[in-house]
Design a protein around this ligand. Structure first.
Ligand SMILES: Nc1ncnc2c1ncn2[C@@H]1O[C@H](COP(=O)(O)OP(=O)(O)OP(=O)(O)O)[C@@H](O)[C@H]1O
Length: 252
C-alpha cells in the first residue's frame, strides 16, 4: 500500500524556557493512500497539533513529514502553501466563510484566487459538488441563512474543489447534532470510497467508529491504535462498542 503521508519522530513544542513543553513528543504515523483515519484523545492531548503538523499547516521542531514523496519539513513556505491549496482539502468545526458572499461564491472564492481556469468552469464544478452533497438550492443564500449541517456541506464542497488527495477535518462534526453529524460522515465516507484519503480529529466515538483506523493520543503521543474494516453501513453498534471499550481501557 502506498503512503500518502509518512510522519517520523515528530516533535513540536510550545512555550519558551522553563515553560516549554513538547505537545508532540516524537510521534510517528503513516497514512495510506485512500485511507480513512481518525484521531481521538482527551482535550489537550495534541490531536489538532498532529493534524496541523501532518498537513504542513504548522512547522515542526524536529522529525520529518513526507507528503506524497515531498518532504514538507524541508520545503519553503510558498511551495508548502501551494501543496496545501492544490493537493489537500481542509474542513473545520466552524467553516470560515465570508458573510457578504453567498454560499456558491464562498465555495468558489479560493479556486478563483488560485486558479487560472475560467470562472464559469469553476462555478460548474462547485454546482455539481453542491448537488452531490444535497445543497443545490442554497446557491444564493447568505451563510447566515443556512443550518450548521448545510454550512458544513458547503465547507466540504470548498475542500473538494481541487480534487485533493487527502481531506483533513478538525472536528468536522463537533458543532452538529447527531443526525447532521452522521450525514456529514456519510458524505466523507462516500468521498473516501472514491479514493480520497480522509483524516479527522473527533471526540465522538460514533464518528470515529465510521473510520477504518483510529489513533488514540495521550500527552503528545499515540498510545494505541485500532483497525476496523471499511464501514459498510451495517454494524455501527458493534463498532462504537469496540471504540468505547478501547477508550475505557486506555483511559481517555
Ligand atoms: N499556538 C499554541 N501556543 C501554545 N500552546 C498551544 C498552541 N497550540 C496548542 N497549544 C497547546 O498544545 C496542547 C495540545 O493542543 P491541541 O489543540 O493539539 O490539543 P487537542 O488534543 O486537539 O485538544 P482539544 O480536544 O481540546 O481540541 C494544549 O495544551 C494546547 O494548549
Amino acid at each position: 500500500m502506498n503512503k500518502i503521508i509518512n510522519g517520523d519522530s515528530i516533535v513540536k513544542s510550545f512555550g519558551e524556557g522553563v515553560e516549554q513543553r513538547n505537545v508532540l513528543d516524537g510521534v510517528s504515523v503513516e497514512i495510506n493512500e485512500g485511507e480513512f483515519v481518525s484521531i481521538m484523545g482527551s482535550s489537550g492531548s495534541g490531536k489538532s497539533t498532529l493534524m496541523f503538523a501532518l498537513s504542513g499547516m504548522d512547522r515542526i521542531d524536529s522529525g520529518t513529514v513526507v507528503f506524497d514523496n515531498k518532504d514538507l519539513s524541508a520545503i519553503g513556505e510558498k511551495q508548502l502553501s501551494d501543496i496545501r491549496r492544490t493537493e489537500m482539502g481542509f474542513i473545520f468545526q466552524q467553516p470560515t466563510m465570508l458573510k457578504n458572499l453567498n454560499i456558491l461564491d464562498n465555495i468558489i472564492l479560493p479556486s478563483i484566487k488560485d486558479n487560472r481556469k475560467n470562472t464559469e468552469t469553476i462555478a460548474q464544478k462547485a454546482k455539481s459538488l453542491m448537488k452531490r452533497v444535497g445543497i443545490s438550492e442554497l446557491e444564493k443564500r447568505d451563510i447566515t441563512q443556512v443550518s450548521g449541517g448545510q454550512l458544513q456541506r458547503a465547507g466540504i464542497c470548498r475542500a473538494l474543489m481541487n480534487n485533493p488527495k487527502i481531506i483533513f477535518g478538525d472536528e468536522p462534526t463537533g458543532a452538529l447534532n447527531s443526525k447532521s453529524a452522521q450525514e456529514i460522515m456519510d458524505i466523507l465516507s462516500e468521498i473516501n470510497t472514491e479514493g480520497t484519503a480522509v483524516m479527522i480529529v473527533t471526540h465522538d466515538a460514533k464518528v470515529a467508529a465510521r473510520t477504518e483506523r483510529i489513533l488514540f493520543m495521550r500527552d503528545g503521543k499515540i498510545v494505541s491504535e485500532m483497525k476496523l474494516p471499511k464501514f459498510n453501513g451495517l454494524d455501527i453498534e458493534d463498532r462504537v462498542e469496540k471504540v468505547t471499550s478501547k477508550m475505557l481501557e486506555i483511559g481517555i
